[in-house]
Design a protein. Structure first.
Length: 258
């Protein structure tokens, strides 16, 4: 596919899917239920954490998770009593269970009471380093810096081990991108959109390869670097907006029809 033809396809799909109609059936619908920044951040982070598999099931499970948090994620995170925390043991979404949720809430409690919250921490670290890769590494180290079951660690991918970090990159897209289209929140203004990396999964990886933007076969961090670098050639200021394009190409059956 010629460069101009590819650009036109990316732009057409971006315009088709980056609008409020995208929200209802996507995990991003969970943070859209709230108006307080801390609620948006915590609910978004937790929804992104369980965002693998069927989107309908993800949204259903994330809504149930919010019910476990009394539909007040920030207040529950910082104020829940021992007895209230114990109720989380009944939660389960695939391999993410109540023990995982409990430890994630405890980690978030520490971040909000000691580190300025998710937005405060990510933006402070970005201002210090100017490198989102370093920020991802430091965040994971901070998140698991207290006593916790080792099983919890699989639910927050490690860039240091070469993981694609799809779910945390998706969460960062929600928090950082600001384009006025109503899907992403654009709350963390210290971090430029140009710094973001594509949240690559099986579908995005396959579409990237089909469209000639990704050669690497594994969907790992090296693939994230490669495809994001190619997307920056089309829009260096906001390359991750084409996440909608790759999603749309999959939904529209581009591989099947071409």
């Amino acid at each position: 596919m010629e460069r101009q033809e590819l650009l036109e396809l990316l732009e057409r799909l971006h315009d088709k899917y980056n609008n409020p109609g995208f929200i209802e059936h996507d995990p991003v619908s969970i943070p859209h239920r709230y108006t307080r920044q801390e609620d948006i951040e915590i609910s978004g982070f937790l929804a992104a954490t369980i965002a693998w598999g069927n989107r309908k099931a993800i949204v259903k499970s994330a809504l149930r998770m919010m019910q476990f948090l009394d539909d007040a994620p920030y207040d529950f995170t910082v104020n829940a009593s021992h007895a209230e925390m114990a109720t989380l043991s009944a939660y389960v979404h695939r391999t993410f269970n109540g023990q995982d949720l409990t430890n994630f809430i405890l980690a978030l409690r520490r971040i909000y009471t000691l580190n300025g919250g998710l937005g405060g921490y990510f933006q402070e670290q970005w201002n210090q380093t100017g490198d989102l890769r370093t920020v991802l590494s430091r965040f994971r180290a901070l998140f698991f810096s207290f006593d916790h079951p080792s099983r919890c660690e699989k639910h927050l991918s490690s860039i240091d081990k070469g993981a694609a970090c799809k779910r945390i990159n998706m969460f960062l897209r929600w928090m950082v991108r600001r384009d006025g289209r109503g899907v992403d929140f654009g709350l963390w203004r210290d971090i430029p959109m140009s710094a973001l990396y594509l949240p690559i999964d099986v579908h995005a990886g396959n579409m990237g390869r089909a469209l000639g933007m990704l050669v690497r076969k594994q969907n790992d961090w090296r693939a994230v670097e490669e495809i994001t670098a190619n997307l920056r050639k089309f829009d260096p200021e906001d390359p991750v907006r084409y996440d909608y394009s790759l999603f749309g190409a999959s939904i529209d059956g581009y591989l099947k029809d071409n």
